[in-house]
Write a protein that binds this ligand. Sequence first.
Ligand SMILES: C[S@@+](CC[C@H](N)C(=O)[O-])C[C@H]1O[C@@H](n2cnc3c(N)ncnc32)[C@H](O)[C@@H]1O
Length: 345
Amino acid sequence: MEIVLYQPQIGYYSCGKTRTGTKGDFLTPVSTGPLLGRIIALQIAEIHQALNSPPSLHLVEQGADRGHLAHDILSAISLDHPHLLPKLQLHLIEPSPSLAQQQKNHLQSLHPLPPLHWHGDLSCLPPASQPTFFYSCELIDSFPVRLIRFSSGQWLERFVTQTSNQLDWIDQPASPELLNEIRRWSIPPIEGFSTEIRPSVSPWLKLLSEKIRQGAILTLDYGLPAQELYHPSRLGGTLRALRQHSPSAHPLADPGQQDLTAHVNFTELVEEGKKLGFHSHGLLPFMTALPRQATPLLQESPTMPEKLTRNFQHLIHPSFFGQSHLALLQTKNLPDSYRPSMFSC
Ligand SMILES: C[S@@+](CC[C@H](N)C(=O)[O-])C[C@H]1O[C@@H](n2cnc3c(N)ncnc32)[C@H](O)[C@@H]1O
């Protein structure tokens, strides 16, 4: 998964081709229009206010694709919270030079623009002495997973091998490290049960936490709490290959030409975040969280233009992103009294 998605220049994401949106292989909440950016801008303004309006706030996005969400957020801040713009600095974490260039091109159309910074890796982001708001949409589902499978009374790890001219699975006994994870999440030992473990989440969150002394992490992605993700009924796991807006038959087919993704274990984010001093708000599906945050925007324009109405429906309708996608806000060193409106009744 690491190689086919991220091998420099030839990986599915690193080659610079359009992957999201109608011309790509799949839609994301960002592709539905600018409303998500306006909602996040409101969340940013709320955090800024909760912090007693500090003179500077760092925004960080990882996995920004062509920069559409960052563009929508900055446009919304210019429009809805102009006092905030001079206080912002935007950092984009982007290993692909081609995507970084596309992000630059897209963001340069905005005036005025806060200072922009690009970093090839999260480790290059300077530890922020100022408050930081980190956000991502459909980032973690694209972090590589390890596959496990219970068969004939033991847990196996699925590796990939090459037989003649094609890739195939090869199963080997799971390592003690994986067995620990299997115990941690109480993954049911049911014959044929296959699922995924994502080893990079904990080190990633630890690194991110070192960069955020005070602030918040907003995660928007598809996934489930561990109990549901590893429920006995989810026998085949959640690894999916996607191409041209349809699931592809085989994850090993056409390496580098199709997306590979698996659900996020949100319990892991909450538990690991807690160890690092983050307080979790949510977890809620878009259909519950976003209308709360969008209400002031909708009240401002009671006769919403048709495009915005459609955008809103796509975000919250259960058959689009409303049910599958969850929102989690994790805050660190914010006043105890702070209650994010996205998650308050
Ligand atoms: C499913 S796409 C989502 C793109 C965009 N955020 C959206 O919602 O439309 C996942 C993105 O995350 C990026 N990504 C995955 N791992 C990353 C990492 N470690 N650092 C930066 N970007 C990463 C991929 O390159 C890809 O652009």
